[in-house]
Design a protein around this ligand. Structure first.
Ligand code: FCB
Length: 475
């Protein structure tokens, strides 16, 4: 009997397990606004977005979706959707401005109110401690390539956990440390915009260390029943052919894209092939005794963010396919790997639509980490959405994308992957990092000048999926 043999529910074709969690996801800097209210200090994203040329149209998160002032309204949207869980992030520079010192009550109060109101609405709060908003002072002191940042993070994690306690059902330490390390310090397309291969590897290591130390700090502060997890944007890497050279290219991307986090966190070791591949860049002497053991502090679940697969062949390419800027974020791999196009339709991000990659990834994790519960903590798509003259926002491509990816999750569960939940990215249109407000990922449309929220057809569709506990035959 598999998890799917649960009681049938009327109308649903692909039924999900009875206790499957249905959620939406957001992140603080992308939606909150209120950038300098109640003691919040600038993060690296405030600095980066205010630097000309870094973010499209000069957009910043100063106002964003004004969620800081519209929490009640946004929770009402979630109620209408019927979600069981909500994944949000806590802004470090709100709770511990400048990254040092005691917690600021007003900062904590915002998340107390959010979590209390979520609970009152019957929605489980799932909090990410770090979704890329490093306090600027900590960047000025060296940022993630600097070891001290890991200790700073553990302290902040403890303060947030003490301040919010058992209001939070699931704690996630980091969101996508690959992006923090390699887009922030390697290719420089994300804040803080630095471009050093060795710093990107140092950052990755210190993020692993920060994660493990934060797991401990959170567990010391909250009741034992709180879940603790980590979210990775694992790359579903495909080799263009079976030729050994192409397969070696895929291995390299798997090492510096995936196993650089999976091996320390789940096995307390660095991948040997990664150490070899990156020998021209570093000897890893910044890894101190006990670091890898600390990184491997046990966790309760692994979050996976998936948007599209990656296809590679032997060769050389200066950067990844979606970000055609050099320098490369792929420390140690860039001279051996060429990114090749994945066929099929594309989203407004120019990311390929390929739900098979999600299925591949989930089966790989089923095999490699058989005892680790999995949660899809982000999945979704950007399209050119607009309100038509009647005020409706129709987004059939997003519905098709979501349908295909949820069907892939369902298939993976049937195949034995222990997937416990799915969080759609995103609840609201928001500040899409280097793309600013030019890319819309929400299932709720936001008219930024008026901040008016409108359900897109995908929101109605998702509400129906949640109510049925499964997918209709066709999108
Ligand atoms: C992920 C980020 C998230 C969002 C989506 C589209 O990499 O975690 O904040 O921007 O991409």
């Amino acid at each position: 009997m598999t998890a799917l043999d649960a009681r049938p529910r009327a109308g649903a074709t692909l039924r999900f397990p009875e206790r499957f969690r249905w959620g939406t996801a957001t992140a603080a800097y992308q939606i909150e606004g209120a950038a300098d209210e109640d003691g919040r200090t600038p993060s690296i994203w405030d600095t980066f977005s205010r630097t000309p040329g870094r973010v499209r149209n000069g957009d910043t998160g100063d106002i964003a979706a004004d969620h800081y002032h519209r929490v009640g309204e946004d929770i009402a949207l979630m109620r209408r959707l019927g979600v069981t869980d909500y994944r949000f992030s806590i802004a470090w520079p709100r709770v511990q401005p400048t990254g040092r010192g005691p917690a600021v009550q007003k900062g904590l109060d915002f998340y107390r109110r959010l979590t209390d109101e979520l609970r009152a609405a019957g929605i489980r709060p799932v909090a990410t401690l770090y979704h890329w908003d490093l306090p600027q002072e900590l960047e000025d002191a060296g940022g993630w390539p600097h070891r001290e940042t890991a200790y700073r993070f553990a302290e902040y994690a403890g303060l947030a956990a003490e301040g919010l306690g058992d209001r939070v059902a699931t704690w996630t330490t980091l969101n996508e440390p690959w992006c923090s390390a390699f887009l922030g310090y390697g290719s420089g397309v994300h804040a803080p915009g630095r471009t050093s291969a060795v710093d990107s590897l140092r950052a990755a290591h210190h993020l692993n260390l920060a994660h493990g130390l934060a797991v401990r700090a959170v567990r010391a502060a909250v009741p034992a029943r709180a879940e603790v997890s980590l979210t990775l944007n694992l790359h579903a890497v495909r080799s263009r052919t079976d030729a050994p050279r192409d397969r070696d290219a895929a291995r390299r991307i798997d090492a510096v894209g995936n196993r650089i986090f999976l091996d320390p966190v789940f096995h307390g070791r660095l991948p040997e092939d990664l150490v070899d591949d990156t020998a021209p860049v570093t000897d890893w002497s910044f890894v101190e005794d006990g670091d890898l053991r600390a990184a491997a502090e046990p966790i309760d679940a692994l979050g996976i963010n998936y948007y599209s697969p990656t296809a590679v062949a032997a060769g050389a390419s200066p950067s990844s396919p979606s970000r055609s800027l050099s320098p490369s974020p792929w420390a140690g791999a860039e001279r051996h790997v060429r990114f090749v196009p994945v066929p099929g339709p594309r989203t407004a991000m120019d990311w390929p639509v390929d739900s098979g990659g999600l299925h591949e990834l989930l089966l790989r994790l089923r095999d490699d980490l058989p005892h680790v519960p999995l949660v899809i903590t982000e999945n979704g798509a950007a399209y050119e959405d607009y309100a038509d003259p009647s005020g409706e926002v129709k987004d059939p491509e997003r519905v098709a994308y979501l349908h295909a990816h949820l069907a892939a999750v369902h298939r993976a569960i049937e195949d034995g992957a222990d997937v416990r939940g799915y969080f759609l990215w995103s609840l609201l249109d928001n500040f899409e990092w280097a793309y600013g407000y030019s890319k819309r990922f929400g299932i709720v449309h936001v008219d930024f000048p008026t901040q008016r929220r409108t359900f897109k057809s995908s929101a109605h569709w998702y509400a129906d999926v949640i109510a049925r506990g499964g997918l209709p035959t066709r999108p």
